[in-house]
Design a binder for this molecule. Structure first.
Ligand code: ATP
Ligand code: MG
Length: 442
């Protein structure tokens, strides 16, 4: 088969003034440029077959210019938009899909092509192309925050239930930030043995403690020039919290066994599913550190609040699975789709991903039946209305964790592996649902 080149014209409507260098970059990427310097007297004509994107250049934009730009764009809600420069507090009209940075380079311009092709926010993707799929209002809100927070050099605290995509969002923040070319290091603070946390994070000198045979740099130094993602930050021991505070306040750290400060340039993102305010109240988390981390907050909504995204995600995961494995299943039958909509998803997106994969494997026909999703054990909240809903969800979560524990022979590591959560999460869920592991094992 002969590959047909994309002969559609690419047109970028630039609201503002591009620099000569920016004109060159766009021309090199094959974009025809239409400059709208004065939005008050301009009209935008869109030809159906062309790839068109708008770029709002906010550098030095005066209030009157902004107002005229808003008016013009309000008449074209279909125009996919990118922005350049500080948006201040003013929200752009329409959905902004991409924040560009200066200097504009060919890599960034590639993003314009993707939004013009209607692929949504290309930037909300992990490095392996794992994107934040979803179109629900709740997820659009997340995307809007990602666009706002990514270019800013401040810490972001990502909150949300287990499996809602906190790590994926943190990766997206890094990928969309000016630090994208630097390292991204994710640390699960809950999984590090307390005695080793300090050494892991901040490094140590030779002979600093028994077993420290050589000098080792810590994860903060390894993340220099990039981003560190402190997952389950609420589990950090208090002494490590003190050192983290220092990195945030002064940008320096000391390796264990050394009194020399090392300067590090790292953006800190943190996630938690424990309530940090409560941890502060109980004296388990430093209040000053909490304020330092909670500068910008990104809340990942639970899957049950994302409406039609459940089906969209299910199709996305099935497609991804089909690309890697030979399975017959290619869609969900109507009962399966109803079951997907009705389930409470206590394990959120991760639970959906695992159920879809399992269903794709066990289904024999082209359509996945409801039974293959094995949702029967979990409650169907749509059958219960109003006040009872939360109770049903909590019950569903309890049943899901209990079922997996049973399947894993009450082995926490195995259960964590199956649920794709950390062991700490399994322990936390057991405590929450008053499941006594010792008692259950006998
Ligand atoms: N919107 C989404 N689109 C596509 N994949 C998603 C989305 N959200 C989450 N995922 C996938 O779901 C899985 C769980 O996401 P992630 O690990 O980011 O969740 P988490 O909130 O960090 O979970 P935990 O609290 O258990 O650590 C990952 O495989 C991730 O790629
Ligand atoms: Mg995580």
């Amino acid at each position: 088969m002969v590959a047909v080149p994309d002969i559609r014209k690419r047109c970028l409507i630039w609201l503002g003034r591009p620099t000569p260098r920016e004109r060159e970059v766009l021309a090199a990427a094959g974009w025809e440029l239409r400059v709208v310097d004065d939005p008050a007297s301009a009209r935008i004509g869109l030809r159906g077959s062309d790839l068109v994107a708008g770029l709002v250049d906010l550098r030095g934009a005066a209030p009157a210019w902004r107002a005229a730009m808003h008016e013009l764009l309000a008449r074209h809600p279909e125009l996919p938009l990118a922005s350049l420069g500080d948006d201040g507090d003013g929200e752009l009209p329409g959905e902004r899909l991409l924040s560009l940075r200066e200097p504009l380079d060919l890599d960034q311009v590639r993003g314009l092509q993707r939004i013009a092709e209607g692929e949504g926010a290309p930037s909300a993707c992990g490095p392996d192309g794992d994107c934040l799929v979803g179109r629900s209002p709740a997820l659009l809100q997340v995307r809007a925050s990602l666009n706002k927070f990514a270019p800013v050099e401040l810490p972001v605290l990502v909150t949300g239930e287990t499996g809602t995509g906190k790590e994926l969002a943190a990766r997206a923040l890094h990928e969309m930030s000016p630090r994208a070319r630097g390292p991204f290091i994710a640390v699960n603070c809950g999984a590090l043995p307390p005695s080793l946390v300090q050494a892991e994070l901040f490094g140590h000198e030779r002979g600093a403690f028994t077993g420290a045979a050589a000098r080792r740099i810590g994860l903060f130094e390894a993340a220099h020039g990039g981003t560190i993602f402190l997952d389950e930050v609420g589990d950090l021991p208090l002494d490590a919290q003190t050192n983290l505070l220092r990195v945030l306040q002064e940008g320096t750290l000391e390796r264990i066994g050394s009194h020399q400060s090392v300067r590090v340039d790292v953006r800190v993102l943190a996630a938690t599913h424990v309530d940090l305010e409560q941890a502060v109240a109980r004296g388990r988390f430093r209040q000053d550190l909490y304020y330092r981390l909670d500068v910008l907050r990104l809340h990942m909504p639970p899957l049950r609040e994302r409406g039609d995204d459940v089906e969209l995600l299910a199709r996305h995961f099935l497609e991804a699975f089909r690309r890697q494995h030979q399975v017959r299943a290619r869609a969900f039958d109507p009962a399966a789709r109803r079951a997907l909509r009705a389930h409470a998803w206590p394990g959120n997106v991760r639970e959906l991903l695992n159920r879809v994969r399992r269903a794709a494997v066990v289904s024999e026909g082209e359509l996945i039946p409801a039974e293959a999703l094995q949702l029967a054990a979990a409650a169907t909240p749509s059958a219960t209305a109003g006040d009872g809903l939360d109770e049903v969800r909590v019950q569903a979560e309890r049943e899901a964790i209990l079922a997996t524990l049973r399947e894993s022979g009450f082995n926490v590591s195995e259960c964590a592996r199956r649920l794709r959560v950390s062991r700490v999460t399994v322990y936390r869920l057991c405590r929450k649902h008053q499941l006594e592991l010792e008692a259950l094992r006998v």
